[in-house]
Design a protein around this ligand. Sequence first.
Ligand code: PHE
Length: 445
Amino acid sequence: MAKNTAQRGGFGGKLTAILAAAGSAIGLGNIWRFPYITSEHGGGAFIFIYLGCILLLGLPLLIAEFAVGHNSKCNPIDAFSKIRKGWGWLGAMGLISVFLIMGYYFVISGWTLNYAIASATETIGDDFGGFFTSFTTATWMPLLFTYIFIIANHLIIVGGVQGGIERASKVLMPLLFAILIVLAVYSLWLPEGREALGEVFTPDFSKVTGKTFLDAMGQAFFTLSVGMGAMLIYGSYFKEGTKIAGTAISVVSLDTLVAIIAAVIIFSAGVQNESGMQLAFVAMPKVFSAMPAGNIWAMLFFLLLGLAALSSTISMHEAVTSYFVEKRGMSRNKGALIVTVGAMLLATVASLSLGAWSGFTVAGMNIFALLDNFTAIVMLPLLGILTSIFVGWIWRKEDMRAELTAQGSVDKATYPFVRFLLKWVCPVLVSTLFIFGIIDFIKSL
Ligand code: PHE
């Protein structure tokens, strides 16, 4: 059973809880992944479907995860087993997934550092694609930046929940919003920016296929960090009396706002036809280089990406660290160190798999792509299905209701709605999309 529960940390207030959780949600998923997935699916129509997934699936799952964490006040594994004996494996599955995500997420985070520096010092040159390929496939440089990023994470985590995570969120999030606003105002000031706004919001349903729904769902889960213990552990640090649903709604709103603003910024640069990793790391520097003071804009953009990545990776790290501290009885320093070293090893493999070790593939994918695809296509939907089944069917109805309504004092009107979504809509819809996704994926191999 959980040790150290008496001296567990916690967030100091409701606003800082929102900031930290929004920090987890807002990340590479919003600024790097959302714009390119949107452009691959033709813009507005995708956003429309995505918003549906966020509201019907993502939001209820986020509420569920906060509730499980807040109710049991412990690490993800004990949290599930405390509510229902024998369900700790669900927390473990989440932690394994978040660890695998860390493997490639830290590598991209490291790139943002290198790109911020290279932009500021104008060392990218004119061959943007060439710079990207030679940097990411090199052996030492990407590793160096990845390690720096992981160590920054480590230092925040050993600072504790209030002294580390909360303090970092209070600095990172306002900075992130400030940079985002500056970039957004700048791009809307350009005529292309206003056109882009139209493009982002004009739906073209002719581009919608089955895959559009799958990608929208995957993106919704990824961007809200649901199913993997990160939001659960943050929920466990919420103060007594925190409104679970209200906090989740704030986090979802901020996350969605940032994703849409990021899409406008990127679309206004006229690069929507580039896809994948190329969009942020090749097309954007190219666009910035043609602007006056472009190196400053580029630096700000990569700084934005890096800050967003940092506030997300600390939640991933914290989820896994809490397991070592509470379940294995280690000190915070030791638990964090194990996670840091483990993440470094996995990130090393992921980074090298793009260059020196690219010859090693599984089903045609290098390790980097494998970590990304396996977590996004298999683990995230599976965790979504299982978490909704747990909260909707396994958790005693009265206990779940008491948690979600703070013993019947808040959210009484929204509760039945949330329960219905978790009990019926999430399991049925996610399973359907998951099965189609797997069939589609196997066919594509
Ligand atoms: N939500 C983060 C993003 O959008 C990613 C993340 C996944 C964070 C899992 C924590 C846990 O980039």
